[in-house]
Ligand binder design. Structure first.
Ligand code: CA
Length: 224
């Protein structure tokens, strides 16, 4: 799951990125509207976190661009403005949720997950295939009812594969959603991740298989 975070305070931006990456999200951090528009022109996102007071304008002016980028893209507004009028204004302008600074990072993570579970953004609370289940709320993975401990990034790639089950998940789209575009990642990072996940699933006795479609992507399906 990939997030666009628009925040101009460097310290807060770093904290947000670290907390969200630890929670298993890929993060693109834009310090201004200008960079945010640039990112939106070339990348897809699952949700956006938007500061309102930015050096080159009001964060709300980005909402229209965000709406064009993805019809159901959830937007959480982050702001020091806390008057009821500001909240109403933000929500009327199309934001899905509102968090007033200062806030607790775990609350931000919980709210983003809640937004991503909405019907427009998600297929359901629990994604299942064969004896494999992923609870998108708790991030818990079960194989035949037994918990399988996985790293946040392994859970994220599994979630993407499960959401595409029966179809090929394109390599470029997986990479884009797993790794922020301004973060270095080695060319075979995705292969290594999938290889590890495949082994973990196999060892745990999961019935679905991850097929490699050479040069294209990955397909998760039950054995024929
Ligand atoms: Ca600001």
């Amino acid at each position: 799951m990939k997030l666009l975070v628009v925040e101009d305070e460097p310290e807060l931006g770093r904290l947000l990125r670290t907390a969200l990456e630890r929670a298993g999200f890929a993060v693109d951090l834009a310090p201004r509207l200008r960079e945010a528009r640039g990112f939106l022109a070339v990348a897809g996102y699952d949700a956006a976190v938007l500061d309102l007071s930015l050096p080159d304008g009001d964060g709300l002016s980005l909402l229209a661009t965000l709406r064009r980028a993805g019809a159901g893209l959830p937007v959480l507004i982050l702001t020091a403005r806390d008057s009821p009028e500001d909240r109403v204004h933000g929500l009327n302008a199309g934001a899905d949720d509102y968090l007033v600074k200062p806030f607790h990072l775990p609350e931000l993570v919980a709210r983003i997950r809640a937004l991503l579970r909405r019907p427009s953004a998600a297929l359901g609370l629990t994604l299942t295939l064969g004896n494999l289940a992923l609870d998108t709320a708790s991030r818990q993975v079960l194989v035949g009812g037994q918990t399988l401990p996985l790293s946040p990034r392994e859970v994220s790639v599994l979630e993407l594969l499960l959401r595409h089950q029966g179809q090929v998940a394109l390599r470029a789209s997986l990479e884009e959603r797993l790794y922020g575009m301004d973060r270095e990642f080695t060319p075979n990072a995705l292969e290594v991740l999938i290889h590890r996940l495949r082994r973990r699933l196999q060892e745990a006795g999961a019935s679905p298989l991850i097929h490699t479609i050479r040069g294209v992507g990955y397909l998760m399906a039950l054995p024929a």
